[in-house]
Design a protein around this ligand. Sequence first.
Ligand SMILES: *[C@@H]1O[C@H](CO)[C@@H](O)[C@H](O)[C@H]1NC(C)=O
Ligand SMILES: *[C@@H]1O[C@H](CO)[C@@H](O)[C@H](O)[C@H]1NC(C)=O
Length: 311
Amino acid sequence: MQVYSEPVARRHYAPRFGLATLFRIGNVVGAFVLSVVAAYAVGGLWPREDFYRTQPDVSFRHDVVLVLQGSDREAVFTTLPNLNDALSPARTVPGTASATPNDVNGDGKVEYFDVVVDATPGFPVHGMKLLASFDYKLDGRTTMSTTALAYATLSSAVPGSLGYVDGELSLKLSNALLDNAHRAVYTENPLADFPAADGGGVHASENMTVTGLLSRYLLRNDTVTYEYTGSWESGGDGSSFKALARVRVPYHQVVPLRLRSLEMIKWGWVQVYSLLAVLLFLRRHFEEICFHYRLLPTRVVSDLEPKEHRF
Ligand SMILES: *[C@@H]1O[C@H](CO)[C@@H](O)[C@H](O)[C@H]1NC(C)=O
Ligand SMILES: *[C@@H]1O[C@H](CO)[C@@H](O)[C@H](O)[C@H]1NC(C)=O
């Protein structure tokens, strides 16, 4: 019985700078060049950017500001002690705030928060501006810590008793995150500089505007904004006003990434190699034909009959 077989070779010899030598070298170089050119022509040879999806890890900072607007005045409820101190009592309204985190699937990450503010303004309410800040973290291929500012506003010609908003936190990056790195550039509370907006002090409240706060926040390169739809329940004489915000955290936040050079080279090589493997396979058969049928001048030595054939 046959247990093993090995091929018998016919060895082709040619001068170092002969046609046959150049032919073989040319085939390998040609296959490589053709692979690079083809991979480049198809496009995406050096992918600079990529993205991944993850659910952000969001926690509530317990910082809430609710600005209530009457027909001729404006008053504020806030949980920020320094803002409360900065405002004159005439411009604050009493109230309570609570936030319930809901982890629907029990994975340790909150799917939505219900932020509720119960205020007793004492005047008919025609509009509300609600601000709340969150800590926002990304994990996965890259990590990032930042702070998020959720802002919602509703108004109506008819006084209301309830302002309801429901929406999602959405990440906007002006520069994609570097893959496999940690970014923690904007970690200060966006609501912290509210009372200090114009130099601090007790009079700062005069210049304190939501517009200023928002424009400062949106100057950031990385922002997390609250995209919502709202509903205004009319009625009420101003003895109580309830602001309710459902703040959802998306399951699949798309995070754009900038790839590192080594990763780009790796993906480039994978593409070139997939073409190169095919071309090198074809080259082997092409060469087999060329040498077998003696299309090139070589000196052949067979393992079976080691006598020389000259072309
Ligand atoms: C409020 O703003 C005005 C004009 O921008 C400025 O002159 C004034 O000094 C500010 N007040 C405080 C307390 O910063
Ligand atoms: C914000 O983006 C601009 C433009 O890309 C960049 O020059 C600047 O350094 C960035 N700032 C921070 C704090 O990352």
